[in-house]
Write a protein that binds this ligand. Structure first.
Ligand code: SAM
Length: 255
């Protein structure tokens, strides 16, 4: 008997129509390499395995790993990596093959660290489809000027096309979560210059959004000079939430 472990953010999908809709959004084709994060009891895994010859899944819960190892072969060629996804080297996982398509109904308690971890490996990722807490998706797609526009919005939008696909109601899961969910698609640009700027951009974003109420000249003290801000067309008296992704990238190129 499988229970739901809160510490692993376990809310299992039980609505077949929602699962089918997610699989249709992913639209797998036979020659692709799909990696699922947090397969759980296989709700999406087994449906995906009906479409592709092989699938790799990363699961931390050893009881669920045992269940998947038992049931997987009935559905297809399932490779399970028993690990914390945050320790998985996606670049090594890709090896010399084609880029990975990463999917998952993510554990909400670690969704932001997972997104930043995947950004570090964006070069080997074709695209990503994730179920996330709706509020997190709202932050991911937020435009400048919006009060929820922040480090996550800029870091992701700088490197990927970010598309909100559709909402999923709490009743689609067991146990029923207290929050709404949404499916989001991320497609990395694979732009070498933008990838090179990821580290300085993150230093800027941590400082800029770590102290949102300060003007940028104060918040970025020691990270970027007023001259560099002016060269990137950023007013030193402005606040971080008003600055476009392109301007943050321009500043990252100067520091
Ligand atoms: N995909 C299943 C579904 O939709 O029914 C389960 C989704 S559940 C929200 C999240 C899954 O991620 C669980 O199976 C949980 O055990 C797994 N998980 C939690 N933390 C993890 C981690 N750090 N690394 C890998 N898997 C993790």
């Amino acid at each position: 008997m499988i229970t739901a472990r809160k510490r692993f953010g376990q809310n299992f999908l039980r609505d077949e129509r929602v699962i089918d809709r997610i699989v249709r959004a992913i639209a797998p084709t036979t020659d692709e390499r799909i990696v699922e994060i947090g397969p759980g009891r296989g709700a999406m895994t087994f449906k995906l395995l009906a479409e592709v010859p092989q699938l790799t899944a990363i699961e931390i819960d050893r009881d669920l790993v045992a269940l998947l190892r038992e049931q997987g072969p009935q559905h297809g060629d399932l490779t399970i990596i028993e690990a914390d996804v945050l320790t998985v080297d996606f670049t090594a996982l890709r090896g010399t093959g084609s880029r990975l398509r990463v999917v998952g109904n993510l554990p909400y308690n670690i969704s932001t660290p997972v997104l930043f971890h995947l950004l570090e490996h964006q070069d080997v990722i074709e695209d990503m489809h994730f179920m996330l807490q709706r509020e997190v998706v709202d932050r991911m797609v937020a435009p400048p000027g919006d009060k929820i526009y922040g480090r996550l919005s800029v870091a992701l939008q700088a490197q990927c096309q970010v598309q909100r696909l559709f909402k999923v109601a709490p009743g689609s899961f067991w146990p029923v979560p207290k929050v709404d969910s949404a499916i989001v698609k991320l497609t990395p640009h694979h732009d070498a210059e933008r990838m090179r700027l990821a580290a300085p951009l993150d230093r800027i974003l941590r400082a800029a959004f770590g102290q949102r109420r300060k003007t940028l000249s104060n918040a970025l003290d020691g990270v970027a000079s007023v001259e560099q801000m002016s060269a990137a067309d950023i007013a030193p008296a402005a606040r971080a939430e008003t600055i476009s992704v392109e301007k943050f990238l321009a500043l990252a190129a100067l520091v």
